[in-house]
Design a protein. Structure first.
Length: 347
């Protein structure tokens, strides 16, 4: 029996106010599941929505899009799932109204939990049953939660969008909550060389601990020449940019070798501007790829990797906070206090 009300962190666009309030527990509709949240990560995109860097589409919303918990109640027309199952939730859904949604293609205007509808900085959340993935026994629920963006996004970005193949050379720009997992994924996928790039010394140390072969400061003169030296003069085959900083992307592209691919995963309002001219870009057959999101297929594979021990996320959760301290957690991530990978809320 679920309660009638719950605690939720509500963000108001006017005044940029975030506070914990008592609100009604949502009721699952047809094809939906009510999940009791046990852990939800704080993502930098949440921070940017709260500070206004990323626009919030709603006047008021409960943020949080890295959720895991237990199935509490089913709406009608929900197959397979039963109350009591541990799940992690993929936070995207189709708009349900565009022509692509109508004929089963990828949605033209996808929606995100915590932005387009109420998210999981709360005791309960409603999600379409198709977005649920079971969490295996023995996998800590907070590690499952951070997979729902911090791990799954670089996982799909490197392997699917970037086409990473065993033996390739990889560069990772920005070793934050997503970038450090990109290093782990590149190592797991068989990259022959991993070069991590970040301005923070603590982040560079973290990259080496995660499996990077080299960690460089992007402000160092001659960084491109050093990358060329490390790759035997050939340049990188794949570069992934996670900071959202335009100069970082420009530097990443400059380090690509012939037929090299750059994947843009970090987000910011900064425009893309590359110093490399179109003659060289074409001559080297460079590729510049945007990437966002993943599918439940990626989450399923990550749960298998966690359960098997192939993927170690034991150092990915920097702290676990009660819901009442959500504003403090957001501030710690914004200021990088303690250089956190992921701070998790436990409602």
């Amino acid at each position: 029996m679920t309660p009638r009300t719950m605690r939720a962190a509500r963000f108001s666009r006017e005044g940029r106010r975030l506070r914990v309030e008592e609100v009604p527990v949502p009721a699952p509709g047809p094809g939906e599941v009510l999940v009791r949240i046990e852990a939800c990560g704080i993502c930098l995109s949440d921070v940017h929505m709260i500070d206004g860097t990323v626009p919030c589409p709603l006047e008021e919303v409960t943020p949080g899009h890295e959720p895991a918990g237990t199935v509490a109640r089913l709406g009608s027309e929900v197959p397979f799932w039963q109350p009591g199952r541990r799940v992690v939730i993929a936070p995207g859904r189709g708009c349900g109204t565009c022509r692509h949604c109508g004929d089963g293609q990828s949605c033209l205007a996808p929606q995100v939990m915590g932005q387009n509808w109420d998210g999981a900085w709360a005791e309960y959340v409603v999600a379409p049953y198709q977005t649920l993935v079971e969490v295996p026994d023995g996998v800590p629920i907070e590690q499952a939660a951070v997979c729902a963006d911090a791990v799954a996004t670089p996982f799909s970005g490197l392997l699917d969008r970037g086409g990473l193949r065993p033996g390739e050379t990889v560069g990772v720009w920005g070793i934050g909550g997503l970038g450090v997992h990109a290093v782990r994924i590149a190592r797991l996928a068989g990259a022959s060389l991993i070069v991590a790039v970040d301005t923070l010394e603590a982040a560079r140390r973290r990259a080496l601990e995660a499996g990077a072969d080299h960690a460089l400061d992007p402000r160092t003169d001659g960084l491109r020449e050093e990358v060329l030296r490390l790759t035997g003069g050939e340049g990188l085959e794949l570069a992934a940019e996670f900071s959202g900083v335009g100069s970082a992307l420009d530097q990443a592209v400059s380090c690509l070798g012939r037929y090299g691919r750059a994947v843009v995963i970090g987000m910011s309002p900064e425009p893309i501007h590359l110093a490399e001219n179109t003659i060289l870009f074409g001559w080297y057959n460079h590729s510049l790829l945007g990437h966002d999101g993943y599918t439940t297929r990626h989450l399923t594979r990550l749960m298998r990797l966690l359960a098997s021990g192939r993927l170690d996320l034991s150092r990915s959760v920097s702290d676990v906070l009660p819901l009442e301290e959500i504003a403090r957690g957001v501030e710690r991530l914004r200021t990088k206090e303690g250089n956190p990978v992921r701070i998790v809320v436990e409602p």
